[in-house]
Design a protein around this ligand. Sequence first.
Ligand code: ADP
Ligand code: ZN
Ligand code: ZN
Length: 816
Amino acid sequence: MRYARVIVGMNHPQTDRVFDYKVPDAFQEVAKVGVRVIVPFGRRNTKTEGYILSLAEESEIASEKLKELLEILDDGIPIFTPQMLHLAQWMKEHYFCTLNQCLQAIMPTGIKTKSIWQVLLDETADVSDCKGGELAVLEALKEMGGSGALSELEKLLGSGSNHAIQQLQKKNIIFLKQKMIRSEYKMEQCYYSFNDQSSLLEDTMKKAETDKRLLGQKKLLYLLKEKGEVTLEEIKNSGISESPLKTLLKKGILLERRVQKKRAVFSLEDYEKTTPFYPTAEQRAAIEEIEHQINLEKGKPILLHGVTGSGKTEIYMQSIAKILDMGKQAVVLVPEISLTPQMMERFISRFGQAVSITHSRLSAGERLDQWKKARDGEISVMIGPRSALFMPFSDLGMIIIDEVHDNSYISDITPKYDAREAAKILAEDTGAVLLMGSATPDLVSYHKARKGEYLLLELKERTGGGTLPRMHIVDMCKELEEGNRSSFSRILQQEIAINLEKGQQTMLFLNRRGFATFVSCRSCGHVMRCPECGISYTYHAKEDALMCHYCGKTVESPRNCPVCGSKYIRYFGTGTQKIEEEVRRLFPRANVLRMDLDTTMGKNSHNQILEAFRKGQADILVGTQMIAKGHDFPNVTLVGIMAADTSLNTGSFYASENTFQLITQAGGRAGRADDRGRVYIQTYQPKHYCITHAAEQDYKGFYEEEVLLREMMGYPPFGAFCSVVISGEDEIETVKAANALGEILQVENREKGFFIMGPVPAMLFKFRGEYRQRILIQGPEEDALVGFVGRCVEKGQQNVGKGIHFQLTRNPLNIV
Ligand code: ADP
Ligand code: ZN
Ligand code: ZN
């Protein structure tokens, strides 16, 4: 007897362990590691989806106590490769979640089998000796029309109804029936042909020839005679209805063959094949280094730092070509927002059918089919957002992460994995080369490259020799001093007017991120900051107070600037809408488009707005950082960064890094081959090192200053944070649980020396009906910190009431 160790697809921490099942004889061949199965689970033997993690010859549990596997799904083709199972295990340990949650993130979405228990009432049964709880169940069931979902019944009557339901079942008054919901998004093509084995074939043919009423049959038979095998579509196109087809199938004269078809996400005819560019000297050097890493037994991750337009994408493509030559496959991760038609075109034109693309604008079925193509070896390159990392390729040779600094690589839902960290693990496991590229690498990655942990490759020139735009810093304090109260400096107004006159386009950026409103002085530019953490305070309107989101320190909102005494204290939080209104007022004849979260709720509206602007349907585009990425705008010659300060003061230690990235990207939008672009950076802090270095496009200069600050404060990469959000519907219970956890942390920390900040009310103090408290813990070494916090939370969880949740996040992007 063999045993399968199965993890069930349920989301309770209590069920997040392996359960042993017997493998019935019929499944001996197909019950493999990584296969999706249906198992009976729990007291009711609910049919539940599970995944085989391993197989064993023995079990610690007596054989007669074990249940058997019920079903093998996907025709026994594993849904997880061994590497993916390993990755899931790593993610579980790293991101505070269940193994099942990790497996669900790795699996294609929407295919999970669900089952529902239905309760049916026998209306004719004798209910005379039913009492209390049983009567309540009967009443509720009648109300539901005689049948309903068990879960709904339990919700209605509470879990105390369990016993009554059992009793009613015993008395044969109610029955439980299980319903399985399977959604596999299969697309099938049916083919029809003659059944040569059928003895009726000749007869039918003769009859159809002569009987006029059988004209449909005759046509169909002739079509088959001519073509051999036809699809349903072809039958319909020949003007034949379905009824002769059905008749002949029923009689066994025709055969039906069903073939699963995988949907295509592009049609190759729309693309012209391109050949690789002859690489520039810089590109050649980089390609050679990458090739060297490919040939090494165990290469290093590579960081490709190259200014925008330096030909990084071309390097990716030439490196991929090498991987394909070796018979291996490659994954290319890009931020979803950069997956533009132009970007896809470059890869499709180069690699044709060998490439496919996945993204959220595709249907679940389309995405599943791309996943299957990877699994079945029909494609060798997959391009997509962070989840494309989980493609089940058989021999992965390279993982490319473009725009590696982008925050979209961190999942915002559980498991909150960082695709860059996961990619590193997967690369080690598969022997694939990890190639990361950016014009503005995140500080942590760049630091690793400088330390030699990554191989650093640099591209300093634009391939076309094009020049970067002229960057200007505009001091907004001075504007105010000279009487200009508008959001637009005088110089930017003049420049916009010039552009309108010349028929050239302008982009206006509002670098608003997150929710934070910060407070600064409009006269001297001073920003109110926490003296302990160096992080800007966030304004809380309800209490009219300033709060540091790291340590929780709260101070009164100042009436006057503590530095210069001015009364021009400003609460920043201007939205794109206000800027749009002001542009319309200043330039009533200009055609203005706005793009932000409000205008891009639709599935494809983001691309539509950008396409409209690209085609010249508007003079000015106002937007957030969304508009900085991906698209190429040939007619934009002027970029205005409305208030660089809004991103410089988000109340997070990532603020400077993000601002540098934003200014660089925004600047990259300006300019054409024949016209050097202009960029105006409006700020109240014109001397801030982030602004000055960004204006000079000096990444290294910025890095040198920022890294000193990080080291001084113990911020990443010199330390790590871990946040715990404690939430619950009951405010008092939530605060109690938070305080209890705070105490555990303090006690456990006695000889450890971590910094514990909080508990404090979270920034989103009440969110989706739950109260939230937050504790932030800081320590010099990430893994030790995370282990410590994990253990404390486990302790804290033991004594809290139901409905209190703990959510842990490492190095959170926003402290909310
Ligand atoms: P990046 O990804 O670094 O921003 P791209 O790969 O998009 O840069 O390259 C910028 C432009 O230069 C693209 O239009 C690309 O087709 C072109 N290009 C890249 N490499 C070469 C080359 N070796 N010779 C000529 N043009 C090139
Ligand atoms: Zn001031
Ligand atoms: Zn603080």
